[in-house]
Design a protein around this ligand. Structure first.
Ligand code: SF4
Length: 290
């Protein structure tokens, strides 16, 4: 109930009670992201977190969904997370699921047994920012892991029984051939990771980030709307994991796409082609936000 700084959550968590267990992002170096740049990362004291849960119970009554903020609750000690999950289930008898962003490095620091214990205690879904399947791009954006480590983190979350939701970033490689390679490498990684959900966001320049400075200096040239759609097209064509809930309906995306793979692949590709022909509206640059 008490929050420090701006709070972010995945779009699908709009009905969730947002419980801030950490402040900021434990990694906080990705070159495209300024979400938590104004926050010094720390883990909130346990007594404050438990007090927030009691306040939420009094204010909201029983809730069914909880999202643990901020950037990466998995970084907390497993025993502390288990304490929080138990307190949530005690406070909210109708609680169906608790979800969180999961940083790849934090995930890799856990054992499979710890992740399984968290899943059994109610941590039902993890959102993993994969961004790209390209080793070179992961290094360039300072993600902190390579593609092999990202794959392992995703596999660990999935094998622990969590509902794995990954995010990738269209346009991250810039224009030309790197754009296509980024889409192909990303699809290849996702096909091995086998998440249940994938959200394809589109890179949008954000002031006060290294990538923004690169754009101003001419070192990075963002894709055009048509190139972003072509890249999304390649990604959709190359994704073979099924079933996959595919969304590209974030305010950063030029065109809203949503469907299940493989059954909706042709329709989604048709929607992209319609937008490329100018038969579907494309979101204006001014109204896009990451
Ligand atoms: S993209 Fe995610 S991991 Fe990277 S700095 Fe932003 S919040 Fe942290």
């Amino acid at each position: 109930m008490r929050y420090e700084g701006t709070i972010y959550r995945p779009p699908g968590e709009w009905r969730s009670y947002l419980l801030q267990v950490t402040v900021g992002c434990s990694h906080n170096t990705c070159t495209f992201c300024n979400m938590y740049k104004d926050k010094r990362f720390h883990i909130r004291p346990m007594d404050e977190i438990l007090e927030d849960i009691r306040m939420a119970r009094r204010y909201y009554g029983d809730v069914r969904r909880v999202f643990l903020c901020d950037g990466d609750a998995i970084v907390m000690k497993t025993e502390d997370l288990l304490t929080i999950l138990k307190a949530l289930h005690d406070a909210f008898p109708s609680l169906e699921r608790v979800t969180t962003y999961a940083g790849p490095l934090s995930t890799l620091s856990k054992t499979p047994q710890e992740l399984e214990a968290l899943r059994r205690a109610g941590l039902a879904r993890a959102y993993l920012g994969v961004e790209t399947g390209s080793d070179a791009l992961l290094a360039a954006i300072h993600k902190g892991v390579d593609a092999r480590q990202m794959l392992r983190a995703g596999e660990m979350l999935r094998q622990a029984g969590m509902d794995l939701w990954v995010m990738v970033l269209i346009g991250l490689a810039g224009r030309g051939e790197p754009s296509r390679r980024h889409a192909e490498d990303t699809a290849a990684l996702i096909n091995r990771m086998k998440p249940r959900h994938l959200s394809a966001l589109t890179y949008t320049s954000v002031p006060d980030t290294p990538m923004y400075e690169d754009i101003l200096a001419g070192r990075f040239v963002p894709v055009t709307p048509a190139e972003a759609l072509e890249e999304t097209r390649v990604l959709l064509e190359k994704l073979t994991v099924e079933p996959l809930h595919f969304t590209s309906d974030h305010p950063s995306n030029y065109v809203t796409l949503k469907g299940g793979l493989p059954e909706d692949r042709s329709a989604l590709l048709g929607q992209i082609d319609a937008a490329l022909r100018g038969e579907r509206p494309v979101r204006s640059e001014r109204s896009r936000v990451l």
